[in-house]
Design a protein around this ligand. Structure first.
Ligand SMILES: [Zn+2]
Length: 144
């Protein structure tokens, strides 16, 4: 089967499952669980499937702070709107404090996964899917 005819894994699903952006098959993190906290951000040097480098240059991951901040804000807005619709949370009584508390706990619980997801999303900004991922060598530089 020619490489270009291989099924192309879904963009968002690959991102959600923390797969390499180039082949969408190799895992971006060394450990399966994000909750092994000492190793949450351990990554292989390059993708085990296609050889894509995981940290293209020193300091590459500094930008992910902004990504995780933006995601945190987006998630909070979503849970707030959801709470208004489902639980009729209002500013008129202390129900908004309940939202604040539960949302904070939720954000702390998903933090390890969110840190991983931020890195994945960030790398997706720079690396495109390549159907010939195992026939061609991965590009060394990341600037388009
Ligand atoms: Zn890959």
């Amino acid at each position: 089967m020619p490489n270009s005819k291989r099924p192309r894994p879904n963009y968002f699903w690959s991102m959600l499952t923390l797969k390499c952006p180039r082949c969408r098959r190799g895992g971006m993190f060394s450990n399966h669980s994000a909750y092994n906290l000492k190793h949450t951000l351990d990554m292989p040097e390059s993708c085990p499937v296609c050889g894509q480098k995981m940290e293209p240059e020193v300091g590459f991951w500094y930008g992910t702070g902004y990504v995780s901040y933006a995601l945190t804000v987006a998630i909070s807005v979503a849970t707030f709107i959801g709470s208004i619709i489902l639980f009729h949370v209002t500013f008129m009584d202390n129900s908004v404090l309940w939202w604040l508390g539960i949302n904070s706990v939720f954000l702390i619980l998903i933090q390890p996964w969110l840190m991983r997801f931020s890195r994945t999303m960030y790398l997706y900004f720079f690396v495109r899917y390549d159907a010939d991922y195992d026939a061609k060598e991965a590009r060394k530089d990341f600037h388009h």
